[in-house]
Design a protein around this ligand. Structure first.
Ligand code: ADP
Length: 373
């Protein structure tokens, strides 16, 4: 009896897929440039159709879909039926850049594999435990309620996995560990996890808030938007595009890839040096804030592309936090694999953990379908 699970992750311009047989990955890939002129598939539906046509899906028992926004409604992964599909559609206004792609993938998969169980795993779900004080923006309450304006948080699958893995690595009980999880990929976010519960996170109503990212600005004064509209003459869509797709490392240096920024910085490039400093300083501030909110952290864990692979960023982001008991050992910092990189006997354990959102989605997908039987 095979136990194959397909994980589909429809991003804004790409579709990533992984086919698991038990714990092993038997096929995987990424279709890029979806919907872009000159090349890739016309849209997400075409890309998914193409992937499903190519894969050997014998013995497939489930499909797990990453869905970015679950709003207030979804606090856990769910089996997709017509009502769930419609509800994800209703959340499109909250996530216009993300949920439509997720929905397109689900629609095609349901059409082509009507007898296979499908599960939606939400990026927001892990943050359902955020205290009201963390989720509430200080604006007029009625306006906020009417428009569903609050902090939802994202990267939940990764923060959940990484904080559990940190507890394993440190051989400490997860329900007693206070971890600051730093997911530094193309998108980036910080999360304070107290005994397995997300209690603070840097992304907000959308993935735009918080840390500096590959192409997103992260935190800024909202007046920047009014100013660009009123004085700069930009349309709202142009400002949305500027802050989501042309800011962050890309806006500061012309390159969204941290490897490129690091190499230019090593050559003494002033813009790359400034971008690196802005990027790391933002992380330092969040680590300090979350240390305070947790009443002291036990662990700080780095994950995703930059977090796992850049000793420079890890060292700079935590520099000067010795008074909080947070430090990085230079020798351990340059190693590889899941590990502790703080000096022996440090008050706070600094860790590096490889995140694996797809594996976690496959695991949660199996769990949901097993529960329902
Ligand atoms: P995504 O967020 O798209 O899932 P990743 O978590 O793989 O992506 O992160 C991608 C980013 O990680 C790249 O854009 C790059 O900036 C960064 N990265 C990957 N490898 C390295 C490295 N060796 N050093 C520094 N940054 C790296």
């Amino acid at each position: 009896m095979t136990d194959r699970v397909l994980v589909l992750n429809c991003g804004s311009s790409s579709v990533k897929y992984r086919l698991y047989d038990g714990e092993s990955v038997v096929d995987s890939g990424t279709v890029e440039r979806v919907g872009e002129p000159g090349g890739g598939p016309a849209d997400h539906a075409a890309a998914v159709r193409d992937i499903l046509g190519r894969l050997d899906l014998t013995g497939l028992s489930a499909v797990g879909h990453r869905v970015v926004h679950g709003g207030r409604r979804f606090s856990a992964p769910v089996r997709i039926d017509d009502a769930v599909f419609a509800a994800i559609g209703e959340l499109v206004p909250l996530a216009p850049l993300h949920n439509p792609a997720n929905l397109a993938g689900i629609e095609v998969t349901r059409e082509l594999l009507p007898d296979v169980g499908q599960v939606a795993v939400f990026d927001t779900a892990f943050h359902h435990t955020l205290p009201e004080a963390a989720a509430t923006y200080a604006i007029d309450l009625d306006t906020a309620r009417r428009h569903d304006i609050r902090r939802y948080g994202f990267h939940g699958t990764s923060h959940a996995y990484v904080s559990q893995r940190t507890a394993e690595l440190l051989d400490r009980p997860y329900d007693r560990l206070r971890t600051i999880s730093l997911h530094l990929g193309n998108g980036a976010s910080a999360c304070a996890v107290d005994g397995g519960r997300s209690v603070a996170t840097s992304m907000g109503m959308s993935p735009l808030e918080g840390l500096v990212m590959g192409t997103r600005s992260g935190d800024l004064d909202p007046t920047v938007i009014f100013h660009l509209r009123r004085e700069g003459g930009l349309t709202v869509d142009e400002i949305d595009d500027l802050l989501n797709h042309r800011s962050g490392l890309l806006g500061l240096t012309g390159a969204n890839d941290m490897r490129e920024v690091l190499s230019r910085r090593a050559d003494g490039d002033a813009a790359a040096t400034l971008a690196f400093d802005v990027y790391c300083r933002r992380i330092t501030g969040y680590v300090g804030a979350y240390h305070a909110l947790l009443g002291g952290a036990d662990a700080v864990t780095f994950t995703a592309g930059v977090g796992e692979h850049s000793p420079e960023v890890r060292a700079a982001a935590l520099a000067g936090l010795d008074r909080l008991g947070i430090a990085v050992d230079p020798d351990r910092n340059v190693g590889a694999g899941d590990r502790v990189i703080s000096p022996a006997g440090a008050q706070v354990s600094v860790c590096v953990v490889g995140t694996d959102e797809e594996r976690e989605i496959a695991r949660e997908t199996r769990a949901v379908l097993a529960d329902g039987d």
